[in-house]
Write a protein that binds this ligand. Structure first.
Ligand code: ADP
Length: 160
């Protein structure tokens, strides 16, 4: 089986993530979306279960997507799910520095691992979960950047 892993926080999933998921799912037999459950990072808006549920709703129509959570090295996750491929999205030059170091570190931990960078449609290259949350928290319209149920969940989160 030809598997790939797409790791991230997905706090929450956006149309940018979904764009990458659709492109990557066409290349592999199984695409594992790995939602980070790092207990040392407390600054998430949504719980890991909520983030998983939103990813699940957003990817229902894609047959070969599987959703997992993780709190370990991604190279260990790769071993567990029999994948040598890590998918990452590349938006602007500002992503490059961090992603470059991460890809080389993962390769030094396991020389078999390949990090594959994919570019989303240009309509999503300027968005991140953080920016979406910031705009949503002030009542701005983010409907073209997230699925409807994510928009609703953000509305509820910021109403509290
Ligand atoms: P992080 O890994 O910093 O927690 P995310 O969980 O938001 O960030 O992102 C996971 C992956 O998705 C990263 O590779 C990130 O570059 C990518 N990504 C996030 N937003 C977009 C977007 N709008 N277009 C393409 N890729 C994206």
């Amino acid at each position: 089986m030809n598997n790939a892993i797409y790791p991230g926080s997905f706090d929450p999933i956006t149309n940018g993530h979904l764009d990458i998921i659709r492109r990557a799912s066409k290349l592999y037999d199984n695409l594992f979306i790995a939602v980070s459950n790092d207990s040392s990072i407390k600054s998430k808006l949504f719980t890991v279960q909520d983030r998983i549920d939103l990813v699940h709703s957003a990817t229902k129509d894609i047959d070969n997507v599987k959703i997992i959570d993780f709190d370990c090295l991604i190279v260990d996750l790769c071993k567990k799910y029999q994948s040598n491929i890590i998918i990452r999205g590349l938006r602007a030059l500002s992503d490059y520095d961090f992603e470059f170091k991460m890809a080389l570190m993962n390769r030094s931990l396991n020389d078999e691992i390949v990090t594959l960078f994919m570019m989303p449609h240009e309509r999503y290259t300027h968005i991140s979960s953080s920016l979406i949350k910031e705009v949503a928290s002030h009542g701005g319209d983010i409907s073209k950047y997230v699925p409807t149920f994510v928009n609703k969940a953000l509305g509820e989160a910021f109403e509290k």
